[in-house]
Ligand binder design. Structure first.
Ligand code: CP3
Length: 356
């Protein structure tokens, strides 16, 4: 398939950093940079429900561009949600204000697996591809566009738990009670994720992030068996498919939030992802020591740092860069930005990073 033509890229800092090349300035983007802390986002959300914004390319694209217009960021990330995959597989997902995502009819036991459909990604999630293509044009090459997905375990845990949880016990029980069926479900989800990421690259995504947001529920054995196995397959098969279709590869970021240091080390040294995203609990100096010299690291300022004074935010941002080093590094928070974050704090963070 011929690739779509897009405006020439003016800022390739994040792509260079992701490939391990030296950069003249450290790239920064912020997880959930398009979101509720922005009044212009709230304005759109007051008129449209969450998934309508995701499903309407003009709206998704507008929201994606909001933080780019306001801040000196080095990447954009397409506005969507990881839960569009469970939706495409036939489950109802509602975004309940104040609660978060709710799946009213979760997968309770293996007999429920027949309710899941293997979607036609190019058709059923076409709206995401269309939003990506439109956004690439509207960005006019200002910064690269990141595509993303949830990883298999994180999506499986939402599908079983039926929403967020501080323990995810229903989902974790499955891993012990129904190991075979757990693998069956993870494989079904993985197959969809692979099609979905390939589609995003074809549509114009220049970098891909895989969110394993629920890695914090897994010990080393469970991570290896139920997360790493599929993270690896996703990376390998996406690259293979792109190669077969003569489409240039894009760098890939894995963000296993809350994974143990051992699990992070195994993932980093496997070289399946160019970039490893770290949450704020990981010590950058120890990460550099343990994860090898090839891996590019991304992160990891505690999102709550953004409630400190602007001076403190700038100092802590500079200190973070000092700990990670200036090469093989992409600055970010250690998780998504909080909805009530002061806007001036975001400006201070970017200023701090760019001043190094
Ligand atoms: O700017 C961006 O980062 C792109 C958009 C984006 C959203 N969700 C929009 C969103 C991205 C990358 C995600 C990923 C996502 N969604 C993850 C992985 C990252 C992470 O946080 O670990 C997860 C676990 C989800 C599932 C999800 N979606 C949750 C738990 C919630 C509720 C929590 C919350 O912040 O409200 C959502 C809702 C959601 N996704 C919002 C946004 C802007 C807020 C909902 C609203 O506007 O009402």
């Amino acid at each position: 398939m011929a690739q779509i033509e897009f405006p020439e890229l003016k800022n390739d800092l994040i792509l260079k950093a992701a490939k391990g090349e030296p950069v003249e300035r450290i790239p920064i983007w912020i997880m959930r940079q398009a979101g509720r802390y922005l009044p212009e986002f709230q304005e759109i959300r007051s008129k449209h429900d969450f998934f309508s914004v995701c499903q309407t390319p003009a709206l998704a694209s507008e929201v994606t561009l909001q933080p780019i217009k306001r801040f000196d960021l080095d990447a954009s990330i397409i506005f969507s949600d990881i839960l569009v995959i469970p939706q495409a597989m036939g489950l109802i997902v509602e975004m309940v204000p104040g609660t978060g995502p709710v799946l009213p009819q979760p997968i309770k036991d293996p007999s429920d697996l027949i309710r899941l459909i293997q979607p036609n990604v190019e058709k059923d999630l076409k709206y995401v591809g269309d939003a990506i293509t439109l956004t690439r044009h509207k960005l006019e090459g200002k910064v690269p566009l990141i595509g993303f997905t949830g990883a298999a375990w994180t999506l499986m845990s939402y599908m079983i738990q039926g929403g967020g949880s501080s323990t995810m016990t229903k989902a974790r029980q499955w891993l012990y009670k129904y190991p075979e069926e757990s693998h069956k479900l993870l494989q079904m989800i993985t197959d969809v994720i692979i099609d979905y990421l390939v589609m995003q690259v074809k549509a114009g995504a220049q970098l891909l992030q895989v969110f394993e947001s629920h890695a914090d529920f897994l010990n080393d054995e469970l991570f290896d068996n139920y997360s790493f196995k599929y993270l690896k397959e996703i990376s390998e098969k996406v690259r293979q498919r792109l190669k077969e279709e003569n489409i240039p590869e894009v760098p890939m970021i894995a963000f296993p939030k809350g994974a143990t240091m051992n699990s992070l080390e195994i993932l980093a040294k496997s070289k399946t992802y160019e970039v490893l995203g770290l949450d704020w609990t990981v010590n950058p100096i120890e990460a550099r020591k343990r994860f090898g010299s090839d891996i590019v690291l991304q992160g990891n300022l505690d999102p709550c740092t953004l409630y400190a004074s602007e001076e403190e935010i700038i100092n802590r941002s500079k200190n973070m860069v000092k700990m990670f080093g200036k090469t093989r590094y992409i600055a970010n928070l250690g998780h998504g930005i909080q909805p009530d974050t002061p806007i001036a704090s975001v400006t201070a963070l970017i200023k701090g990073i760019h001043s190094v």
